[in-house]
Design a binder for this molecule. Sequence first.
Ligand SMILES: [Zn+2]
Length: 294
Amino acid sequence: MPELPEVETVRRGLNQLTLNQEITGGDVLLERTIAYPFSVDEFLTPIKGSAISTWHRRGKYLLAELTSSPSSPSLPHSLTPSSPLNGGLGVHLRMTGQLLWLHQDEPLHKHTRVRLFFRDERELRFVDQRTFGQMWWVPPGVPPESIITGLGKLAVDPFSPEFTVEYLALKLQNRRRPIKTALLDQSVVAGLGNIYADEALFLSGVLPETLCIDLQPEQIERLRASIIQVLEASIEAGGTTFSNFLNVKGINGNYGGVAWVYNRAGEPCRVCGTAIARTRLAGRSSHYCVHCQR
Ligand SMILES: [Zn+2]
């Protein structure tokens, strides 16, 4: 499943490739990929003739701002007080979704769900084997969280200034559940999944089973710093090689090759040489070093 660094990698790629050119049309091959509006026509009509001015990320949601296309007939730019917004486009990749930037001639993948065509004969193609991925069109002037309801439930983003030691301590205090379970719960910090929870716990020297209530202030401080560090390292590496993740150019990331513990059960710890252990917590595999983590 794509985690925050993969989604951020996709966002950066989209910002390099897809901005400021007219979307000439689209094709929805699987209707239920479109979560809003409720008909495919209502989804495609406002997007056609728009251009994307920028892509944002909130948790693992991608949000594109739509403007009227610079190449579509409208008032000369100097006469428009500000670029009129045509609403927004939301995307969640879920388990297996991929956004690929391709030439329109490229043969269709078996799991192609939505195609958005651009003026230069490229397209943004949404490919999704498991079909849990979703797209939304958000009407202009409407807050995205009123259409994309999951946005309203997101905790703070690990890269936002609100993700402080005090915030994390408050979220974890008095909780009688393992820290790994709490990290996977998207109500504590947005976008952190199994890979980076294991990695951040290793870097902070905390065992995944440690109950939140037992964490010392210095452990919480290290954990916060480690979460940011491991996510930054992965974004730097272009995302991970796990989960068949591909960036918008169809290239795999490199983080997997340098993981500290994730998916390394039985292999020597990169710090002390002890064999990495694996256990099941909250239905997921947890990987850790019994020597480096306490
Ligand atoms: Zn170790």
